[in-house]
Design a binder for this molecule. Structure first.
Ligand code: AMP
Length: 249
């Protein structure tokens, strides 16, 4: 069976985000970009399923600019077999990505699609859910454990107040949470051999998808600056400040 994994190119999680002076978005010029951390976890999970002999092929898919090819190369260096780059300029909204992934699923016929639970650039947490709905497939979101059986997959989900275990009939959509696994680093030989692995190039129009934004961003602004803290000498002073300055007690 095949597994499709969605990998998004996002601003590296170590980068301190800066808002553009004209407040139309965030500064991207000269900024380090990497694979969305939840997608590294998704790739790792797909590879573990393959290494356990339960899948034959792992296909990494990215929707984005030409540079998203580097993100696919990272997945290939981790161990994915081949890639599909759907070239699109500008931010493609979750519904657009989900529609494109649906087209890829129809062409590739995987039994499992694994995505990250959310992209850390827009924090939408929508694409996996939308894809499952478009395909009419069951979904196991926020997965902290995935167990593939015959014709089904058991997913332990991280929900408010605990864990929920769901059993889904294959084919299914799974989205990865932080504790699902610890992704591997690509070794140098694997990085070299990944260069020879194939990446097919497509366009959204190949899947009949129009990626024009449905949403209009009015303004992006920095969160309000936090005020510096003060050190108090004793409990009496703390209580006094809470009562008379902060007025919270
Ligand atoms: P989001 O719904 O935007 O928070 O994204 C959730 C997940 O969908 C991500 O972790 C990726 O696995 C996948 N995804 C979203 N956008 C893209 C994209 N442009 N290319 C590939 N995968 C994507």
């Amino acid at each position: 069976m095949k597994i499709v994994v969605a990998v998004k190119r996002v601003v590296d999680y170590n980068v301190k985000i800066r808002v553009k002076a004209d407040q139309t978005g965030i500064e991207l010029a000269g900024i380090k970009m990497s694979m969305n951390p939840f997608d590294e976890i998704a790739v790792e999970e797909a590879l573990r399923i393959k290494e356990a002999g339960k899948a034959k092929e792992v296909i990494a898919v990215s929707v984005g600019p030409a540079q998203a090819q580097e993100t696919i190369r990272t997945a290939l260096a981790m161990g994915a077999d081949r890639g599909i780059l759907v070239k699109a300029e500008g931010e493609v909204e979750p519904l657009g990505v989900a529609k494109i992934l649906k087209g890829i699923v129809e062409a590739e016929q995987p039994q499992l699609v694994i995505l990250g639970k959310q992209a850390i650039d827009n924090d939408c947490n929508q694409t996996g859910q939308m894809l499952a709905e478009l395909l009419g497939w069951p979904q196991g979101t926020f997965a902290s454990k995935v167990e593939l059986g015959a014709g089904e997959v058991k997913v332990v989900r991280e929900v408010d107040g605990g864990l929920e275990t769901v059993e889904l009939k294959l084919p299914a959509v799974v989205t990865s949470d932080l504790r699902l696994n610890e992704p591997r680093y690509a070794s140098l030989p694997n990085i070299m051999s990944a260069r020879k692995k194939p990446i097919a190039e497509k366009a959204p129009a190949d899947f009949g998808v129009d990626t024009a934004p449905r949403l209009k961003v009015l303004k992006v602004s920095e969160p309000a600056k936090r005020q510096a803290g003060v050190k108090v000498a004793n409990v009496a002073e703390l209580v006094d400040k809470l009562k008379n300055e902060a007025k919270v007690i």
